[in-house]
Design a protein around this ligand. Structure first.
Ligand code: 13P
Length: 261
């Protein structure tokens, strides 16, 4: 499966999002966001930090009056009920949370997340008014089997089932090859660009070229201050979902700078 290169990059928003994963206590989170704040002031791209549930209150408070968007790292598909340990989308919006990551490979690998539950969580997030960062991506074995394109297309299609063209405006897709996450092994700019192009082609097939041209696709997986500019120079890479480097204010700010237009 091949993606075309889509050159209308100026039509879409560049967004750099941090995924703090299971790091930082509320006090540490406050310190980290205070460190990031001055460095990304006036950024020429969207800046979002997705943080553990227990850090949301502290980070929302610290981000007040800035243009930094605040997100959670997951949400449940039901609004409330007997789901011990889960957090619902309306709970997040009630706090002022604007974004949520759905379908991260760590959720899929360690917590049994499937394309179907990803789709249900997206439905709930959209209904509650959240913006979604949907993660898709292949394992090393899948890449070696040559099924990356088909797999990512399938993940994208199932996740977006029932999502309207209007709702699509509140979705970002992050292409995160599992073999590149936390490994220091980044996809080459060409590999990242190619798969982000495939994702955009799938979106074009579902929603039309205008929607796809305006759609933000991020790359994630060992993106850092050094390799960001190269990855972001790809026509179909509009931003990044950053793990490790988002915990270091200077590195995160450097990536934001690379994405700023
Ligand atoms: P790293 O940047 O640490 O590889 O993590 C990427 C990621 O999983 C972001 O969601």
């Amino acid at each position: 499966m091949k993606g075309e290169k889509h050159m209308n990059k100026e039509l879409r928003k560049a967004v750099i999002a941090g995924n703090w994963k299971m790091n930082k206590t509320p006090d540490e989170a406050k310190e980290l966001i205070e460190g990031i704040k001055p460095l990304v002031k006036g950024a020429g791209c969207g800046v979002v930090v997705c943080v553990p549930y227990v850090d949301l209150a502290a980070v929302l408070e610290a981000a007040k009056g800035t243009s930094i968007g605040v997100g959670a790292e997951n949400c449940h598909w039901a609004n409330s009920g007997a789901f011990t340990g889960e957090v619902s989308a309306p709970m997040l919006t009630s706090m002022g949370v604007q974004y949520v990551i759905i379908g991260h490979s760590e959720r899929r690998t360690y917590f049994g997340e499937t394309d179907e539950t990803v789709n249900k969580r997206i439905r709930a997030a959209l209904d509650a008014g959240l913006n979604v960062i949907l993660c898709v991506g292949e394992s090393l074995a899948q890449r070696e089997q040559g099924v990356t394109g088909e797999l990512v297309a399938m993940q994208t299609k199932i996740a977006l089932g029932g999502v309207s063209k209007e709702e699509l405006k509140r979705i970002i897709i992050a292409y995160e090859p599992i073999w590149a996450i936390g490994t220091g092994k980044t996809a080459t700019a060409q590999q990242a660009g190619e798969v982000c192009g495939i994702i955009r082609s799938v979106v074009a097939g579902l929603y039309g070229k205008d929607a796809a041209d305006a759609f933000t696709v991020q790359y994630g997986g060992s993106m850092n201050a050094k390799n960001a500019a190269d990855l972001l120079a790809q026509p179909d890479v509009d931003g990044g979902l950053i793990g490790g480097a988002s915990l270091k204010p200077a590195d995160f700010a450097e990536i934001v700078k690379a994405a700023s237009k």
